[in-house]
Design a protein around this ligand. Structure first.
Ligand code: CTP
Ligand SMILES: C/C(=C\CO)CCC[C@H](C)CCC[C@H](C)CCCC(C)C
Length: 356
């Protein structure tokens, strides 16, 4: 019996009765469908989530032991924004668990800061300055000859997305926090648009983000990259694995494919695309999956969305990674840019395989 079945049919019969989940359900998607059909409530417990009752019991236990409170409930679904955990559980017994997914809590001081007015604006400014500095650093490294320009561009590509996602826990649980965060890539999109169109001159930005040194190139891959980051931040935020996986595939996956493929790809071309290699694609599949797993585990441990059983999570992340790698390997980059096709497949497949 998997965890979901155990939670509903075994460990917590009370919750099982309330949720209407069936005994013996196996896997991720099946029990969700059955649970939804049976109760019309968003019973996320069917996704192999810890039972809400168990979560509340653990939360009380942690509080008795003097542990810091769990991550904010506002991350866990629309109704959690309006009802505190206890009341929410009473009103909508099958709503996503309020505290059960948080294995690690953010430091108390940070939680207190997050409730200060203007905190999200401060985080946005901090991330925007960090983004500027990060691109500048690679511009300097490439400019001084310490780094090859192509490598510098790919390192910006591979690191900006995950570094940006690492700033997400700084933002508060307020519903509008995601938009303040999304403003960071949106600001970068504006910068790329201005420089790419020639309205603004910034040779450093052109040097660190273009392939061949032409400003107009900024209106292609780099602009798509930041636009995708902005859309994922505003649309999916940290409340679902889909955005985390998509960004990981673009950065940890596609970014690594280029770096590894250029070095070790000669002599092992893909049969369907001689411009790409087995080495690059293998690096993409592994790098993307590893980064996605890291983010899913970290963000679910922080309680932003419920956790998954590893044996359910691993094959699903691997499947998404292989699919994204296949898309990246196709000779279609002139039709649709990798920075659009890879995250599109990543979001769609993850949403289907790991619904939050
Ligand atoms: N699966 C892959 C992907 C890339 N590469 C290597 O990385 C180089 C650049 O690949 P690509 O991702 O297409 O980079 P660009 O088009 O330069 O950059 P971008 O996609 O970011 O626009 C390829 O020529 C190839 O040597 C590879 O070997 N195998
Ligand atoms: C070269 C790029 C893509 C081509 O495939 C990447 C362009 C990156 C942008 C110019 C800068 C993006 C910054 C991020 C939105 C935020 C990073 C924040 C972080 C804290 C450093």
């Amino acid at each position: 019996m998997d965890l979901a079945a155990a939670q509903h049919g075994g460990a917590h019969p009370q919750h099982a009765r309330r949720c209407g989940a069936r005994r013996g359900a196996v896997g991720v998607a099946g029990p969700l469908r059955r649970g939804l059909a049976a109760t019309k409530c968003a019973c996320k417990a069917a996704l192999q989530l810890p039972c809400p009752l168990e979560g509340q019991r653990r939360q009380r236990q942690r509080q008795r032991q003097g542990a810091s409170p769990p991550a904010p409930a506002a991350e866990r679904g629309p109704c959690a924004l309006f009802f505190p955990p206890q009341r929410q559980h009473r009103r909508r017994p099958c709503a996503p668990p309020a505290a059960s997914a948080a294995h690690f809590a953010l430091p108390q001081q940070l939680l207190e800061l997050q409730s200060q007015p203007g905190w999200d604006v401060a985080c946005m400014l901090l991330a925007a300055v960090a983004a500027y500095g990060w691109v500048k650093l690679f511009d300097r490294l490439a400019g001084s000859g310490a780094l090859d320009r192509k490598l510098s561009r790919k390192l910006v590509h591979a690191t900006a997305g995950p570094l940006f996602m690492l700033t997400w826990p700084l933002f508060s649980a307020a519903p509008e926090a995601r938009f303040f965060a999304a403003a960071v890539p949106a600001l970068n999109a504006t910068r790329l648009l201005l420089v790419g169109s020639g309205a603004l001159s910034d040779p450093g930005l052109v040097k660190s983000t273009s392939r061949g040194g032409g400003a107009r190139e900024l209106l292609g891959g780099p602009l798509y990259y930041v636009a995708v980051l902005a859309a994922i931040t505003a649309g999916l935020w940290r409340a679902a694995p889909a955005g985390l996986v998509a960004v990981s595939m673009v950065c940890g996956g596609d970014g690594l494919a280029d770096i590894v493929g250029r070095r070790w790809g000669a002599g092992n071309p893909l049969p369907w695309n001689a411009a790409k290699s087995w080495a690059g694609s293998a690096a993409m599949a592994l790098g993307g999956a590893a980064m996605a797993l890291g983010f899913i585990l970290a963000f679910s441990a922080l309680g932003y969305f419920p956790s998954y059983e590893l044996d359910a999570l691993l094959p699903r992340v691997a499947a998404v990674s292989v699919a994204c790698t296949l898309v990246e390997s196709l000779p279609i980059n002139t039709v649709v840019d990798d920075n659009l096709s890879v995250p599109a497949v990543g979001v769609a497949l993850t949403a289907a395989l790991l619904p939050a």
